[in-house]
Write a protein that binds this ligand. Structure first.
Ligand code: UD1
Length: 308
């Protein structure tokens, strides 16, 4: 049994991780200010929930000293790229300063941590045409969100090189599954489609649907997070994806088959800055034992059943 801190643990990916870790008997503490996360995501789980903001330095320092965690999964973030463009200072405080503060507290107090896991995003790759994206592909962070994620990755990795704190960072591609809130227009496309299909409402397709994404089911993401926390040989960054490319139209076709109904679609011009192609090279994380178990159709089937 390990003592684990999940910041942002009431959010989409954090709550799925919390569930898996609790199920395996770990002592889990979740810190979440519920700005994006939802307490219902943690219903029935045997864990300690602290409703708090990770930018509160005193609180974080005290928490780390008190619990002496084995593992820290840093998932708290302003997760919307659009939000970061609107509010760069506020997002910077969460997406970068709070990460650095946490690393610094661990360093200063010489806490006996087994691994600090920082969660970054494929957004760091920007809109360069090089595909598939491997961890050595050029990065082009184009928004405050991407710049902060990229810098926090680097801080995370450097804290092992400079101060001997075991760390690792991951770059998520397009994660889907239960507990993703469909309410914002910037929610993941699959949470929006699920909601529209369920309620027989019209889905707005931006662009012609030929844009591709590397969709990965959240259970595979949870598996990857646990793997990098325990198996990474030294601080580095890993892509977390399925390693396959699917166009939006193909994904919709597969989902309609799974759900047994047609999605009503209204087409609009492509979003400004939308990425036309995205696919990950996942050979690096595979080299430490990752094997995705959830091809798109299987993930969609379980997600649809969960939502209905
Ligand atoms: C995702 C991330 C983003 C990150 C980027 C990095 C999410 C929610 N966003 O953006 O934080 O910077 O990867 O590569 O995970 N779409 C529609 N209709 C909708 C919603 C979306 O047609 O109602 C389209 C979008 O225009 C886009 C595609 O679906 O072409 C996927 O959109 P989305 O799920 O928002 O993800 P990304 O744009 O890949």
């Amino acid at each position: 049994m390990s003592k684990v801190l999940i910041t942002g643990g009431a959010g989409f990916i954090g709550s799925n991780l919390a569930k898996a870790l609790v199920k395996d008997g770990n002592e889990v503490v979740v810190v979440d200010d519920l700005s994006m996360g939802q307490i219902e995501n943690l219903a029935g789980l045997d864990l300690e929930f602290l409703e708090h903001d990770v930018t509160d330095k005193e609180f974080m320092h005290h928490l780390l000293r008190r619990y002496k965690f084995d593992y820290i999964f840093f998932l708290a973030a302003v997760a919307s790229v659009a939000d970061s463009v609107e509010r760069p200072l506020e997002t910077h405080a969460v997406n970068q300063e709070a990460v650095l503060d946490t690393l610094e507290f661990i360093h200063h107090d010489d806490l006996p941590l087994k691994r600090f896991v920082f969660t970054s995003s494929a957004a760091v790759y920007g809109n360069l045409p090089d595909m598939p994206k491997s961890e050595t592909t050029r990065c082009q962070p184009l928004t405050p969100y991407a710049v902060d994620k990229y810098a926090s990755e680097r801080f995370t990795i450097d804290y092992e090189g400079l101060y001997g704190i075991p760390t690792v960072a991951v770059r998520f591609f397009n994660v889907f599954g239960p507990n993703q809130n469909p309410e914002s227009p910037y929610s993941g496309v699959l949470s929006i489609i699920t909601d529209k299909l369920k309620n027989d409402e019209i889905f707005t397709l931006y662009g012609d649907g030929s844009q591709t994404r590397d969709f990965v089911y959240v259970a595979d993401v949870v598996k990857a997070l646990r793997l990098v926390a325990t198996k990474t040989p030294k601080a580095t960054v890993y892509n977390v994806a399925q390693g396959g490319e699917t166009s939006l139209l193909d994904m919709i076709r597969i989902y309609e088959k799974v759900a047994g109904k047609k999605l009503k679609i209204k087409q609009m011009p492509a979003r400004k800055g939308d990425i036309t192609k995205s696919v990950a090279d996942i050979s690096k994380i595979k080299s430490i034992g990752f094997k995705p178990d959830w091809p798109l159709e299987r993930g969609l089937r379980v997600y649809w059943e969960y939502e209905n």
